[in-house]
Every structure is written in C-alpha cells, then in structure tokens.
Design a protein around this ligand. Structure first.
Ligand code: ZN
Ligand code: ZN
Length: 138
C-alpha cells in the first residue's frame, strides 16, 4: 500500500509531510522514535509542521505509539493500516531497537469483576536475534 492510499482510506488530506512520515515508518525495519522519523524525512519541514502532521497521523490511528519508558517512545504503523492482530512488542536492551512481533498475539486477560479494558500493551524486554547471533561469533 502507498502512503497516499493510506491517507485516502482514513479520509485525511494528503500533504507531503504526512506522506513522508508514513513512508519512513513503512520502510523502517524497526519502530522509530519521533526524532528518527524526522531525521529520515527527505523533505525539509519546520518543527511545527512536522509535529502537527505527526500528531494527526497518531490521532487518526495510522501510526501507533509503543512506550518503552518515559525516555523512549517509538512508533510503527497501526493495526488499522497493516491489518495485523494486536501483537506484542519486543525491546532489545542491547541494541535498543523495538520491533513488532506480528505473530505473538496479545491474549485477553481475565479481569476482576467490574473492570473493563480497552487496551492491552505487551512489551517484552530481552536480547534480539541479531544481538544473540553476534555474541556467538565473539
Ligand atoms: Zn538487539
Ligand atoms: Zn506494533
């Protein structure tokens, strides 16, 4: 899918900044932070333009937020765009990358009576396969 189609599907006006952000997020191997996305944009946008576009895409659920801690927040395409199931995220403490684990689906937890949930975030911390393989060579 192209960035333009994604914007059309969500009925949002296309701007080059919005398209650019979607393309960067779409082609990245890992989830990216706001700064990483901004650095990879080919066009030159001022802070305000970038920030507004970024927030719009988040509000419209085109990109989703993955919170690792209050220092580290990453973004990836949202399930409404990728048509993936709710999935777990993996944070590698060695290379600091965050990945969507598409095949690790988030289970429904049974809550105490009277509680209702609307979102379950699963973040697994550990060592990713790349870092593990690097250790073998050493
Ligand atoms: Zn790693
Ligand atoms: Zn994800």
């Amino acid at each position: 899918m192209k960035a333009v189609e994604i914007l059309n599907n969500h009925k949002i006006k296309r701007t080059s900044c919005r398209e650019g952000i979607i393309e960067v997020v779409m082609t990245a191997k890992h989830a990216l932070s706001e700064n990483e996305i901004r650095e990879r944009l080919s066009g030159n946008y001022d802070r305000t333009t970038f920030y507004r576009s970024f927030k719009t895409l988040e509000e419209c659920k085109i990109i989703h937020k993955i919170v690792i801690d209050n220092q580290l927040v990453k973004y990836a395409l949202d399930n409404t765009v990728t048509h993936k199931n709710e999935h777990a995220h993996f944070f590698c403490t060695k290379c600091n990358t965050v990945q969507c684990l598409d095949n690790v689906t988030v289970q429904k937890y049974k809550l105490p009576d009277g509680y209702s949930d609307f979102e379950t975030d699963v973040l697994i911390k550990g060592i990713c396969v790349n870092c593990k393989n690097q250790n073998k060579i050493d």
